[in-house]
Design a protein around this ligand. Structure first.
Ligand code: INI
Length: 160
């Protein structure tokens, strides 16, 4: 039997030599910086070298897919972690920004074949965003970073 990927929620994986791009949306930057910190903590834990990490900031979550797709096509990284915080307001703006960010990120990874993680919070209020960007493993930036390394290793095995 062949098994690819881990069933454990804390997989034992090594990210040494893997090049990572982080695309971060500046809107709600106090939250997004905390997601970025979570992603960097996870990458360090998984032995990704600091010199193999590129961090790119764009205005908001709506702009994340284009930057991610462009970086993916450049072949300069093995995986991309998209970070943002879309917090529901009083208008329908939330739905357009959150929906298009999700759709664009998925389109970018499917069209390029580069793993692109969806670490964009889409939440009802600021407290939900704070709860998902703290110092623990439940930080969604941390989760996205682990996913990025996992996907690179899984795709390498699938393409062997
Ligand atoms: N961008 C976000 O990243 N989060 C938000 O909550 C948000 N809201 O609520 O408006 C937001 N808007 C900006 C958007 O991403 C674009 O930058 C802007 O519309 C220009 O294209």
């Amino acid at each position: 039997m062949t098994r690819i990927g881990a069933s454990s929620s804390l997989p034992d994986i090594d990210g040494k030599g893997i090049r990572i791009g982080i695309i971060a949306a500046r809107f709600n930057d106090h939250i997004v910086c905390a997601l970025r910190d979570g992603a960097l903590r996870a990458l360090a834990r998984l032995s990704v070298r600091d010199s193999d990490i590129s961090e790119i900031w764009v205005p908001g979550a709506f702009e994340v897919p284009l930057a991610a797709q462009t970086l993916a096509k450049s072949a300069k990284v093995d995986a991309i972690i998209c970070l943002g915080a879309v917090i529901r307001g009083d208008t329908a703006h939330f739905d357009f920004v959150a929906g298009q960010a999700a759709r664009g990120i998925q389109d970018a990874q499917l069209s390029t074949g580069v793993p692109i993680m969806f670490g964009v919070l889409t939440v009802e209020n600021e407290q939900q965003a704070i709860d998902r960007s703290g110092p623990g493993f439940d930080n969604k930036g941390d989760e996205a970073a682990v996913g990025a390394i996992e996907m690179v290793l899984i795709l390498r095995q699938l393409n062997r």
